[in-house]
Design a protein around this ligand. Structure first.
Ligand code: F6R
Length: 612
């Protein structure tokens, strides 16, 4: 949520900052701004809307000479939390003297009291933001040493922050600091960068330092001096980014979302690589290593997450219960955090998150740890807060997910949850024979996904026939119920069509009242022990005039009942959740495309929700 990029070096800073902002735009796109250290002091440029608006403003207002000369700057793309998305609320924000300015991700929770204190001292605020309270506080603490002023101010704030600070009186440095909001420093030749997301650094360097909570770094073109909040020196390792530019570019696709949908055979292959033992019918997951005694001890699994990751957890619930015979619960992370959960050391909490930064999931992990429970992470972004906080678990290796709507993370999460269930199952009640069957099916997932991707054109035609509807229902039973929820979530977030995901048997208990002639009802009718029940539920909808779009297993179509059909490859109900999710991703994508929506950056949303 929100993106930060900073540059200090010998090149003009503006193109680097704008390039970085474009890479970060998926994290927030209400407004954007940039501050440059110029000979005459700090100058800022801000605009409402997308980064392209800021580019226009810079073209109009920044002369070629100033552009060439400014080699230090910070920039921000915002997802509004405190204050509407206006130019006045866009970052950077100045202090009272207008010699210090900052960009900030996160929330300063005690900003009201800081603001009131400063107002009593004569400060007149220019914005409604919590960030301005922090910039003014830094200014109040400034006494000729910007590092000390930042540390002094940060000691007074509560909340989360990732900040980059410039000071006109010390133009050859940039100060950055983090607490609960990620920051990565990139080191190049005679230049350094900082960003809230490694995607913004990839075009410039592979050498990075991941800052930790409590770090305050003074950055010059040639040095990175890291301190803690007591101003004591801290050592951090230099790491290899291990990403190349193609991972963060569209690669010929019209949208990141489509690229990421089509990447899934590969991203799932990466999630599975080296983790399947076909001969033993088992999974090899170093992050889940446990002795047979420890495995036997697990009384209950609790999966926590939000949004799409929560839906992946709900598929996981079926897998852990069916395959491993372990009682499993799924809890929305924000709920888990505040409900005083009853958990103990026999329970195993698995926190699921693509970004590894989701505030509610992070808080749930801390709550579980407080209660003495074993906590594992199922995360995509290496080095993220959740990966660090859990300290153990399994990465899904899906690569950067740039489109705001999550796709390849979901299939990666479900793939790894299936592997976890297989491993835990083999340590408990699952026979080698059954383990081998499941392992072989999981191993085929890339080709099962390909099977669905080949229907892209046909799915686009199905989308055409439903693209004018303002409402849609997604129905499923068993492990397909969470897939129905996920299908509805995808459709509503990118196409703004009102979509409801329901357990197929629940329709008749109320929501069926909403059906009118032609309402699309997408029925997940894969081959399973409850298939006839699902068809029965679909009949009830058809009888009320609904348009039935069925997602069926090859050889099990029901053309009398269905208006449109999408075919799934033959596989077991648990494994079928993945190709089914891919089919629904494509359907939503095409509906959104036909409706002319901003697919990669839907309104009101942002990637990585770092606020509660
Ligand atoms: C939906 C979507 C969100 C995220 C949710 C959790 O497409 O992307 O619902 O799944 O915000 O995010 P992570 O997985 O990063 O914790």
């Amino acid at each position: 949520m929100c993106g930060i990029i900073g540059y200090i070096g010998s090149r003009p800073a503006t193109p680097v900052l704008i390039g970085g902002l474009k890479r970060l735009e998926y994290r927030g796109y209400d407004s954007a701004g940039i501050a440059l250290a110029e000979r005459t002091g700090l100058s800022t440029f801000r605009s409402v809307g997308k980064v392209s608006r800021l580019v226009d403003k810079l073209k109009a207002e920044l002369s070629e000479k100033r552009h060439e000369e400014a080699t230090t700057g910070i920039a921000h793309t915002r997802w509004a939390t405190h204050g509407a998305p206006t130019e006045a609320n866009a970052h950077p924000h100045f202090d009272k003297s207008r010699k210090i300015c900052i960009v900030h991700n996160g929330i300063i929770e005690n900003y009201r009291s800081i603001r009131e204190r400063l107002q009593a001292k004569g400060h007149k605020f220019d914005s409604d933001t919590d960030t301005e309270a922090l910039s003014r506080l830094i200014g109040e603490s400034y006494n000729g040493d910007i590092r000390k002023a930042v540390i002094q101010a940060l000691r007074q704030v509560e909340g989360a922050y990732g900040i980059a600070v410039l000071c006109a009186d010390e133009p050859n440095k940039m100060i950055v600091a983090r607490m609960g909001s990620p920051l990565v420093v990139g080191m190049g030749d005679d230049e350094c960068l900082v960003a809230s997301d490694a995607a913004a650094l990839v075009a410039h360097t592979q050498r990075v330092i991941y800052l930790d909570d409590g770090d305050v770094a003074v950055i010059t073109p040639h040095s990175v001096d890291i301190r803690n909040l007591d101003d004591e020196p801290i050592e951090r390792n230099v790491a290899e980014l291990g990403l190349d530019v193609s991972a963060v570019e569209k690669g010929g696709y019209e949208h990141y979302m489509l690229k990421e949908i089509f990447e899934q055979p590969e991203s799932v292959r990466n999630a599975l690589r080296g983790r399947i033992d076909l001969a033993e019918g088992n999974a090899v997951l170093a992050g889940l290593s446990a002795s047979p005694a420890e495995l036997a001890e697990i009384g209950r699994i609790i999966l926590v997450g939000c949004g799409t990751s929560l839906h992946a957890g709900m598929v996981g619930e079926f897998a852990f219960e069916d395959v491993a015979g372990i009682s499993t619960e799924v809890q929305q992370a924000a709920e888990f955090r505040y409900r005083n959960p009853i958990v103990d050391r026999h329970d195993m909490v698995i926190a699921i998150s693509q970004s590894g930064e989701t505030a509610d999931t992070l808080a749930a992990i801390r709550k579980a740890k407080e209660k003495g429970t074993k906590v594992f992470g199922l995360v995509n972004v290496v080095g993220s807060a959740i990966a660090r906080e859990t300290g153990r678990g399994v990465f899904i290796h899906a690569g950067p997910e740039i489109s705001v709507a999550s796709t390849k993370a979901f299939t990666g999460q479900v793939s790894v949850l299936l592997l976890m269930a297989l491993k835990l199952g083999r340590g408990r009640r699952l026979s080698q024979e059954h383990g081998m069957e499941l392992a072989a099916e999981i191993n085929r997932l890339p080709e099962l996904i390909e099977f669905v991707l080949k229907q892209n054109d046909a799915i686009a035609k199905v989308a055409e026939r439903m693209s004018k509807s303002e409402h849609a229902f997604f129905l499923g039973r068993g492990p397909m119920h969470p897939v129905a929820l996920e299908g509805a979530l995808k459709l509503k977030e990118i196409s703004y069509v009102h979509a409801e995901g329901y357990h197929a048997a629940e329709m008749k208990h109320g929501p069926i009242a909403l059906l009118t002639p032609g309402t699309p009802v997408i029925v997940l009718a894969n081959h399973s022990p409850v298939l006839e029940k699902v068809w029965g539920n679909a009949e009830e909808c058809k009888a009320r005039g609904a348009r039935i779009i069925a997602v069926v297993t090859e050889g099990h179509a029901h053309t009398d009942l269905t208006d449109d059909t999408i075919i799934l490859p033959k596989c077991s109900p648990l494994v079928a959740t993945i190709p089914a999710a891919v089919a629904l991703q494509l359907l939503s994508y095409h509906v959104a495309r036909l409706r002319g929506c901003s697919i990669d950056q839907p309104r009101n949303l942002a990637k990585s929700v770092t606020v509660e």
